[in-house]
Design a protein around this ligand. Sequence first.
Ligand code: GLC
Ligand code: CA
Length: 545
Amino acid sequence: MTSKTWWKNAVGYQVYPRSFKDSNGDGIGDIRGIIEKLPYLKDLGIDFIWINPIYKSPNVDNGYDISDYESIEPEFGDLNEFKELLQKAHKIGIKVILDLVVNHTSDQHPWFIESKKGKNNPYRDYYLWADASPDKMPNDWKSFSGHSAWTYDKKSGQAYFHVFAAEQPDLNWKNPKVRKAIYKMIRWWLDLEIDGFRMDAISHIQKEPWDFKIKDNPWAPFMNVKGIDKYMSELRDIFNEYSVMTVGEASGVTSRKAINWTDPKRDGYINMIFELEQNVQEGQLGEQRIDPLGFKKVLARWQRDLADGGWNALYVENHDNPRINTVLGNETAQSAKAIAATYMLLCGTPFVYQGQELGMTNYPFTKPEQMDGLNTKKRFEEIIKQGHDPKEAMKIMSHWSRDNARTPMQWSSEINAGFSKGDPWLAINDNYKKINVEKELQDSHSILNFYKKLIALRKNESAFTDGDFELILDNDPNVFAYLRKNSEQEYLVISNLSDGKRTVTLPRKVVQNVWRTKLTNDNTLKISKNMTLQPYAVTVMEKIN
Ligand code: GLC
Ligand code: CA
C-alpha cells in the first residue's frame, strides 16, 4: 500500500458535528467537542474521520447550504479551532476529510446575492437562470423534493434552477469563472493539509439542455450527464497533486460505470463512490425494511463490477438514512453485530456512522415538532388529509426520516446522554441509559467492543484489503455469505440477516476445508454441510492449513 493509497487499508468514521458532542452547553455539537472525543475515536481503531459540512451556513439544510466556503459556521467554532482539531487528529494518526458541497451554494452566498440583482450582474451566470413567467417555468423538471426545480424571480422575469431546496441554487459549472473560483477554494482547504473530501451530490453538476425530454427517471436530466467528464477530470488533476482521498456521493453512476470513475488505470476521477442503490426497501410505508436479498445482490454486483481496479466505499448508515439496526436488524446486539461484520469485510473502504458502533436505533417520533426535516408540519398535514390518523401519519413521515440518524450521540447515562449540558437541538433517544459509550466500553460483549475487534481484524488481515470477493449461497433470501481470498489467506463470512432460524447447505469448496473462528456473535456456530444459523448469527472464519 503506497502512501497515496492509504485509504485502501483504512476504516473511516463519519462525524455529524451538530449531534456528536457539544462542548459549550448551547445544545449544538461543535469542533471543540470533536477534539474532546479524539481519544475515543483512536481507541475505536479508525483511521480517518469525515466531518459533515462545518462551513458558514444559514442551515436550511444543516450545513449543505453554504454561504461562505472559507469560514466556519460560528455554531461549530472558528478556523483556529478547526486547525487545532486537524493538528491534534494528525498527531494521533487520524486523518480528516471534509464535505465538499459544490453542486450548489446557499441563496445567502454573496455570489447568489449578486446574481439575483439582475441580468447584467457579473455574477448572473454563476447560477442557472432562464426566462420564465409565474405560471410557466423553463421546463417541467422536478427537484428531489418533488416540486419544480425552478424558482421564479419576479424582478427579472427569469427563474433559477435547483435540484435540492430553493435555498440551494445550483452553480453553473459551464461557466469557467465558477470552476476557477471553486478550484481555488478546494486548493485553499488542501493547502491546510486536510486529507481529502467527501463530494456531495457530485454527479449532478452537469445538466442536460433545458429542452431535454424526460422519459422515465425524473432525475435523469442531472444524473451523471454527458459532459461531466470534463469537470471531473479537472477536479482529479487537482486531487492528484495532493495525497488525498476522495469519495463521491454519485447517484446515477451505475456499478458498471463506477469503474471508470474510480480506477486510476482508467483515469478515474475519484477514489471511491457511495452508491445509493443498496437500500432496497420492502414493506408498507411507515414500516419499510431493507430487503436482505436486495441488499446482498446490490452489494455483490458492486463488488464484482469494481473488482478489476475500481474501489468501493462501504457503509450501512449515514446522516441521510434511518438507523440500520432498526430497518435491517431487530434492535438487538446480535443484529447490530451481524450487520457490521457483513458489510465491513467486503472489498472497499468501510465507513462507520456515529452511534452505529453502539447499535443506536431509530427515534420513536410522536409529534411533527420533534422533527427537524424541511416542511415536516406541512407534510404531516398532507398525510392526514390523505386519510391517515395522526399516529399513522407520524409513522409514515418519521420511519425512514434522516432525523433518526441525527439524534445526538449517546455517550453516557448522565443527563442528555452526556452529549450536552444544555438543551439538545434534537431530542435524545430514551434508550440512552442502555445504549451508550460508557456502558458499552465496560461490557466485553457489547456492540462497541465487537466493532473494535472487527475494525482491528479488518485492518490486520490482508485478505480483507486486497483479497478477491466471491459470493456463495447467491440466492438465499436471508443469509449473506462470501469468501475473501488472497495468495496467503482465505476467509469466510456468513451471516443470517433475519430474525428467524435458517438452515443452509454450504458448497463443497467450503465444507472440504478446515476453518477456525476469528470473530462471531454465536460461539456454537460450526461449519458443516447443513448449517443452521440462529437469528442474526454471524461468523467470520479463517481457513487453516
Ligand atoms: C446530499 C447530502 C444531503 C443533502 C444534499 C444536498 O445528498 O448527503 O444531506 O441534503 O446532498 O446538499
Ligand atoms: Ca456547542
